[in-house]
Design a protein around this ligand. Structure first.
Ligand code: IMP
Length: 426
């Protein structure tokens, strides 16, 4: 048996989907345990591209059980559309997908609230994905206005909860936006009952399911979403997502104890990207940043927004690795750097004249951080055909050695292109 977790060590978009996809054939169960349809995972194989958002990557491998666990916030309309997009392409979804009755449900008032809250921040917008993620989690923590999946699939409970919640939401939204058009309980009930009728057979207690799977020594893969630096507690608050996007979220988001996890793989892009607001010390606002964006196709899978690009920041990445306690790292998109004459890796920050390798806990200190760079020669070669570590040009190997040294974990996987095949294992 093996229980593995794949965790992004940066600000999300580390190409975790590819690593998860590669590992799914070695695992019987794949678990998504946080976030919602703010996430976007791209998986390419056999000349096909699949874009997943809420569905675990296990859905692309027949025979693998996919689990949407309790930590996920679910937009049922988006989930059903995504399921249809997969079944339309000939991949069946039957009993291989189960959904936790403890998950929380996103309603249209969550989108309306998010639009108002984001606008209220003026120039310091968080830059959210506008999927109602943060406002749904806010209701979960607040309890009074939350609707769990277990409520949503019980018609009488759903109606009662909507009758309690919707008038309150309407009142608040009307105060915040005089042009707001109130939500109607009956219309929401009818719409959501339509989704509930389709999803009900999949709704189970996934915590008990996973505990039984552990007893039965099944192999389980935890599929992280977003990235460690977007973690609500440990990330660059308030420019974060509303859940524990570091490895800290596995226990609360699935009910599986951390001692059950055998191996944690930290996923790192060979450079840095970030979408949305918040400081990003190594961001490049010049032609090199644009070159990386173009070569890496760095535009959001979910929102299409251009990603902010910069050199690899190992102060930030090492912090993510420490939060996860990684066993090894996977370096993604190394090929993207192949045309540059020289490469830089941030190995420390200078903050108020002091050099540090500790990641600051306050976002204002991070905003002041000046990267201290190590400069390495580029390899100036196409490495997309490399399949063995020994076949990398010596400059690429030196780059990987620096990443390993500065992040503090061995590089065991390197990705040199989007396809399943374009992967080098140590
Ligand atoms: P939210 O998750 O929509 O509330 O957005 C909060 C912040 O997290 C924003 O800066 C988003 O751009 C960022 N974010 C959310 N999901 C992802 C993701 O999957 N990849 C990268 N950034 C994300």
């Amino acid at each position: 048996m093996s229980v593995t977790a794949v965790i992004g060590l940066q600000w999300g978009d580390e190409a975790k989907g590819k690593i998860v996809d590669l590992l799914t054939d070695q695992h019987e169960i794949v678990v998504r345990y946080l976030g919602g349809n703010n996430a976007g995972h791209t998986v390419k194989f056999d000349g096909q591209t699949y874009k997943l958002s809420l569905l675990p990557a296990g859905i692309l491998r027949p025979g693998v059980q996919s689990v949407i666990a309790n930590g996920v916030v679910i937009n049922p309309k988006a989930l059903l559309e995504e399921m249809k997009s997969i079944t339309d392409r000939g991949l069946p979804i039957g009993e291989n997908l189960i959904i936790s009755d403890r998950g929380h449900v996103i309603f249209p008032y969550h989108h309306a609230e998010e639009a108002i809250f984001e606008a209220s921040r003026g120039d310091s917008k968080i830059g959210t994905t506008m999927r109602g993620i943060g406002t749904c989690y806010r209701d979960k923590i607040g309890r009074a206005h939350a609707i769990r999946v277990g409520d949503f699939v019980r018609p009488a409970v759903l109606r009662k909860r909507l009758e309690e919640i919707v008038p309150y939401k309407n009142q608040i939204l009307k105060c915040l936006d005089p042009n707001f058009k109130p939500f109607e309980v009956q219309a929401l009930y009818d719409e959501y009952m339509g989704y509930a009728d389709q999803l009900r057979p999949r709704v189970v207690d996934t915590t008990t399911f996973l505990h039984k799977a552990l007893r039965d020594k099944k192999s389980i893969l935890f599929e992280g979403a977003q990235g460690s630096l977007l973690d609500i507690d440990h990330g660059t608050f308030p420019y974060v997502t509303s859940s524990n996007a570091s490895a800290c979220g596995i226990q609360s988001g699935s009910g599986v104890p951390s001692r059950a996890i055998d191996r944690i793989i930290g996923v790192v892009k060979a450079y840095t990207t970030r979408v949305g607001g918040g400081p990003c010390p190594t961001e490049l606002l010049d032609e090199i940043g644009q070159h990386i964006r173009d070569e890496g196709h760095e535009y959001g899978t979910v929102t299409g927004r251009p990603r902010r690009c910069g050199w690899l920041d190992t102060v930030a990445t090492k912090y993510g690795a420490n939060l996860a306690g990684v066993d090894c790292i996977a370096v993604m998109l190394l090929d993207v750097l192949g045309k540059l004459d020289e490469l830089k890796i941030c190995e420390a920050y200078e903050i108020d004249g002091e050099r540090t390798t500790d990641f600051p806990s306050h976002v204002d200190d991070l905003a002041k951080a000046k990267p201290v760079y190590r400069t390495l020669p580029g390899w100036k070669k196409d490495i997309t055909g490399v399949r063995r570590m020994a076949d990398f040009p010596k400059e690429a190997r030196a780059y990987l050695d620096s990443v390993s040294e500065l992040v503090g974990a061995p590089v065991e996987i390197v990705s040199v292109g989007p396809d399943r095949e374009q992967t080098v294992l140590s």
